[in-house]
Design a protein around this ligand. Structure first.
Ligand SMILES: [Zn+2]
Length: 296
């Protein structure tokens, strides 16, 4: 995958609607969508434009809900992350409010900045009504087995709610201010799940770019899941191997990173439905596994 150099947007044609149900096995749930308040979102877009790619969909949270609903995406998992201490409650309240206006469409997760003074209380509050906790090793500059995360993992495990953690080494950028390839490694997730064997965890991007290592972890840890976000788009140099999805139909969730995309909203959806999956795998990939993970 390219690192450091801004990558051009792909000007591909978008579909008007999700593919027919026989191709998706039923409703489509996007397990990886970002909702942020307007000011934070503007800062994120500036960052992407400068360091990663030009964001194609400059949509507010409300517009994201409308956009996906209009195209037949039945529901989506709303993720955000705190890039510094002191803002997690604000972000969690924001997503709570959007989700409460769209209960049938939005599955909201909370966040916390690990090690911030009231981290445990923030997580406890979030887990009362939000569907889990999202963490991001690059933005939050931490390893997945950082001891500050122990309380977060323990609270999620006890509550029976999932952690979504961007723990893969890619997509990396020097602009994060940390060497993500030195900071992150699949072996850290292995250690965490050995210590928290009942914790449900979702690693985005199919664990990019340690696809082989993460597939081995799926075999070892029954509550580990991966999402497809940006890892099957043909956008970065190396997509995840196709067989990885066929072999692990019970454990992989369709996800996109919408709206912060450099290509069409349904690029990965179209590429996934073109693969020779059986109907049961389609149903699990596009909705079943997400419901297992997030609806508890
Ligand atoms: Zn994301």
């Amino acid at each position: 995958m390219a690192r450091g150099e801004p990558i051009a947007t792909i000007d591909d044609v978008e579909g008007a609607y999700v593919p027919e149900a026989h191709l998706t096995g039923g409703p489509v749930i996007d397990a990886h969508v970002h909702l942020f308040p307007a000011g934070v979102l503007a800062a994120i877009w500036r960052w992407f434009d400068e360091h990663a790619w030009r964001v194609r969909y400059r949509l507010s949270a409300e517009e994201v809900v409308e956009f996906l609903a209009a195209r037949g995406v039945a529901r989506f998992v709303a993720l955000h992350y705190a890039h510094k201490p002191g803002i997690a409650r604000f972000l969690n309240d924001f997503v709570r409010e959007v989700a409460s206006a769209h209960r049938d469409r939005v599955i909201p997760l909370g966040t916390v900045f690990p090690g911030e003074p009231d981290a445990a209380a923030i997580v406890r509050d979030a887990l009362r009504d939000l569907a889990g906790i999202k963490l991001h090793c690059h933005v939050q500059k931490m390893a997945a087995d950082d001891p500050r995360l122990d309380e977060v993992y323990a609270l999620c495990q006890d509550a029976g709610k999932p952690i979504v953690i961007h723990s893969g080494r890619e997509p990396a950028s020097p602009a994060y201010g940390v060497d993500t390839r030195a900071l992150c490694g699949a072996d850290q997730i292995d250690r965490v799940l050995e210590r928290f064997p009942r914790l449900t965890m979702v690693v985005p991007h199919l664990g990019a770019d340690e696809f082989v290592e993460y597939e081995a972890l799926l075999a070892k840890h029954e509550h580990l899941f991966l999402d497809t976000t940006m890892a099957v788009a043909g956008f970065f140099g190396a997509d995840a191997p196709a067989e990885m999805l066929t072999r692990n139909g019970d454990r992989i969730l369709y996800g996109t990173d919408f709206p912060n995309l450099p290509y069409a909203w349904d690029r990965e959806l179209a590429r996934l439905v073109a693969r020779p999956f059986d109907e049961a795998t389609r149903r699990k990939l596009f909705s079943g596994n997400a419901l297992r993970v997030f609806e508890r």
